[in-house]
Ligand binder design. Structure first.
Ligand SMILES: [Zn+2]
Length: 500
């Protein structure tokens, strides 16, 4: 572990990102006990014992906040190419199966290390264990975040139906032998899963490390009504946040309409889930009424443009969501589906995806809106009130970009270049709660060569352990890959009140 950090620190010589200004201006930042105590012009007064931090030639922006990712994806990156969401879900028992406790921690460490090296200081992690979440597994993931030094909300991602039970007609489309084989892929008993979450909530001890617990019934129709309402009940009783993938793919939107006769979000609302503590992931197929409901109830949306493109799910209407008053955060989604955990790339994609949908610039999101989404918007999704901005009283979660890096030569328009030109290669230092987690481009908390060795050993072992499952998934994928696009071809109208 690194040497203890000073309790007071004065950052001098940097310029400070401010979306209200075209170009960042010089400012000093006084940090006391991990919190920003004061911001002022160069020469800002500081207590005598404040340790100076030379930030010359750097641009400071608030730590980016990842509103949606999956730490189990860390060990499973780069496994699929032409995978839809449904093919990814079918592959999950292979690419995420057979994990020992140490693998769960290792996978989270890989993700946390990547995020902080790329300017991210907090994440909403939907972490899955099969057949149900465990206290040890959740503690292992929390320990990974604590050791790397990131803040997080970790939500056990749960269901009581298998993917094959959840998609209407899919079980019937399987030949007899495969239908029997997928029986083993059913999640454990719903009541046992709810009891496990309650047990985790009762023993959760990570809040002081900035690591909170959430609950994530994964996808509405992968859960029975009793189960999803049980999850919501546990969340309410323990003051935890809820997070669910809603209308991510067209297959889901169509399935929801067939199963419930209403949109998936309306169904979630019927179950009493939609409110200020609720985060919708993706929402590509939400309609205006869904987004109006989210705005009205204060629910947040985690926009994952990289994953939405990579899995062929479509384009989230960011402009429409913002106009309808939805609080939008930005996420990378898991490394098992969208490869990296780079919030700069996620911001750039969010901007580009909003722009590619229309030739009318009034339909586009502006860089300031995208930047706000990846900071304050995501903070809202995580339920963090003192993060995502640089102001007195906020946590000292700060990213220092090297203005001598090529992305900043020249430095014309700060926020535009953070969203469109930065790719994380300029990240020089990262402070979380005033603690230097990245210093001079190197992690102070993780030994990367050792992490690489551990990951290689785990990959080799898991490859062997999951070989049979891989063979089964390959057979199942033939059916999933033809059945689901057929379902997605069904007519589905996304209702918009305003002009198209
Ligand atoms: Zn996800």
């Amino acid at each position: 572990m690194p040497a203890p950090e000073p309790t007071a620190r004065i950052v001098r010589g940097a310029v400070l990102a401010d979306p209200a200004l075209r170009r960042a201006e010089p400012a000093d930042i006084l940090i006391v006990d991990g919190v920003i105590a004061a911001i002022g012009p160069p020469g800002l007064g500081a207590p005598e014992d404040a340790v100076p931090f030379d930030a010359a030639h750097t641009l400071v922006h608030p730590g980016l906040i990842n509103a949606h990712m999956h730490s189990h994806g860390g060990l499973a990156r780069g496994q699929g190419d032409k995978w839809t969401l449904e093919l990814l879900l079918a592959a999950a028992p292979w690419i995420g199966g057979g994990r020992a406790l140490a693998d769960k921690k290792l996978s989270a460490t890989i993700c946390a290390a990547e995020m902080v090296l790329k300017g991210c200081t907090a994440a909403y992690d939907l972490f899955a264990e099969f057949p149900r979440p465990t206290r040890d597994g959740m503690d292992a993931v929390a320990e990974a975040y604590a050791e790397v030094g990131l803040r997080a909300v970790i939500a056990p991602m749960v269901a009581d139906l298998s993917f094959y039970q959840a998609i209407p007609g899919l079980l019937d489309a399987l030949p007899d032998d495969l239908r029997k084989a997928v029986d083993s892929l059913r999640p454990g008993d719903g009541a046992a899963c709810l009891a496990a979450i309650e047990d985790i909530a009762r023993h959760w001890s990570w809040d002081r490390a900035g690591i909170r617990l959430g609950v994530a019934p994964t996808i509405p129709h992968h859960c029975t009504e009793g189960f999803v309402c049980g999850c919501a009940g546990i969340a309410r009783a323990n003051g935890l946040r809820l997070h669910t993938h809603v209308s991510e793919s067209k297959v889901q939107a169509v399935a929801g309409q067939r199963l419930y006769g209403r949109t998936l979000l309306q169904q979630m609302n019927h179950w009493g889930m939609v409110g200020p503590d609720f985060t919708v992931a993706h929402g590509v197929w939400l309609d205006d009424a869904d987004m109006g409901l989210m705005a009205e109830t204060g629910a947040s949306l985690a926009h994952n443009p990289g994953s939405n493109m990579r899995l062929g799910n479509g384009m989230f209407p960011l402009r429409r969501a913002l106009d309808l008053g939805v609080t939008v955060g930005i996420g990378t989604d898991g490394a098992n589906c969208s490869d990296n955990q780079n919030m700069y790339e996620a911001m750039r994609y969010a901007s580009m995806v909003s722009k590619v949908q229309s030739p009318r610039t009034e339909d586009w999101a502006a860089v300031e809106e995208v930047y706000r989404a990846a900071t304050l918007g995501s903070a809202h999704a995580l339920g963090f009130t003192n993060a995502g901005e640089i102001r007195a009283g906020a946590k000292a979660d700060l990213v220092f970009l090297d203005l001598h890096a090529i992305n900043w030569i020249p430095h014309n328009w700060t926020v535009n270049q953070i969203v469109h030109a930065e790719d994380a290669t300029s990240v020089r230092h990262v402070m979380i709660g005033g603690r230097l987690v990245v210093r001079d481009r190197a992690l102070t908390t993780v030994n990367l060569p050792r992490l690489a060795r551990e990951a290689k050993a785990a990959r080799e072992r898991l490859e062997q352990a999951n070989a049979q499952m891989k063979a089964l998934v390959e057979q199942l994928s033939v059916v999933v890959g033809s059945f689901c696009p057929g379902l997605a071809a069904a007519p589905y109208h996304v209702r918009r009140y305003l002009r198209e």
